[in-house]
Design a protein around this ligand. Sequence first.
Ligand SMILES: NC(=O)c1ccc[n+]([C@@H]2O[C@H](COP(=O)([O-])OP(=O)(O)OC[C@H]3O[C@@H](n4cnc5c(N)ncnc54)[C@H](O)[C@@H]3O)[C@@H](O)[C@H]2O)c1
Length: 344
Amino acid sequence: MAFKAVLAGCGGMSKGWLTAISSHPLLEGRVEMVGLVDLDRATADARAAEFGLEAAVIGTDLDAVLSETRPDLLFDVVVPPARAGVVETGLRHGCHVLSEKPMATSIAEARAMVGRARQVGRVHAVVQNRRFISGVRRLRRLIESGTLGDLTSLNCDFFIGAHFGGFREEMDNVLLLDMAIHTLDAARYMSGKTPRAVYCLETNPPGSWYRHGAAANAIFEFDDNVVFNYRGSWAAEGANTSWESAWRIVGTKGTVLWDGAEQFLARVVAGDTGFFRDLQDIEVPAPADDDQTHGHASVIAEFLDAIETGRAPETDGSDNIKSLAMVFAAIESAKAGQRMPIFT
Ligand SMILES: NC(=O)c1ccc[n+]([C@@H]2O[C@H](COP(=O)([O-])OP(=O)(O)OC[C@H]3O[C@@H](n4cnc5c(N)ncnc54)[C@H](O)[C@@H]3O)[C@@H](O)[C@H]2O)c1
């Protein structure tokens, strides 16, 4: 039987959710949309019309729509400052809640969500879709295999000149909170290590069209002496990297480069003499499960599978808060001009 779901927040991103729900093979027949909510009624009506959902309950008051429709699931696609209230409302109505990233606008808010979900015995998970892609899954497998030796550093460059308009150009810490959360989460996932501390310089570069924090340089210390260097800007015109960043991951035996798209170069040492040691190319393994490489569709399917089988999904709030803690420790470090420990 299909899960009944209400979606709150019918702006730009909701189109991606509803496209996945209505047409991706991983989700076929699994979700029945029974309600759509947006503070702006016309936005909700337009989204309903686009996806043939005119029969769903459409409204501007989430509480009222949940009372009327009594769904199993709440899909939370609202702007970040509205998230805490929306999650609380969904859990109060007995829904399992899947939220867009970022999980919260502070760690205290995120901790309260984790506690509340546990208290009411419902799942609250986060759409961290950029770990559900082929390249990230492949690099995790390569690192796990030990072929590169022991991991020593992850290094990534994210430079994109993106002109969104809307809430991003007005918010604080825009790069770290709205985008780097994906990249930091990917580094934590690929390495399999626990982040312990960070030093970060956050800037709004001259010429930036954002109000605050369009660029950041952060050095993270992970367990086992692994260093993660993040360099990013959303106000960098001229030579965009991939949205996944360009990566250089180094182990004791070799290095893998990934352009964030289709290109990988992986080499390990194949000799023990010479100024530069001989090298040999190695294969980057395929993803373990192709179903985990379809972004939003994979995250939503993982959420449904977890509810059906009574286990925690991969991006459960209790795990995602560890990536969010990297973001807030970086923000605190930048404010204080000091290295900050990372706690969850
Ligand atoms: N995972 C990704 O790759 C990805 C990409 C883009 C956006 N996002 C995230 O998705 C979320 C939404 O982003 P967007 O680009 O759709 O923003 P948007 O501004 O286009 O849409 C947000 C909508 O939420 C509505 N809203 C705000 N508060 C509400 C409330 N309390 N109840 C009901 N509706 C409410 C607004 O009226 C608006 O229509 C953000 O958290 C953003 O970071 C994620």
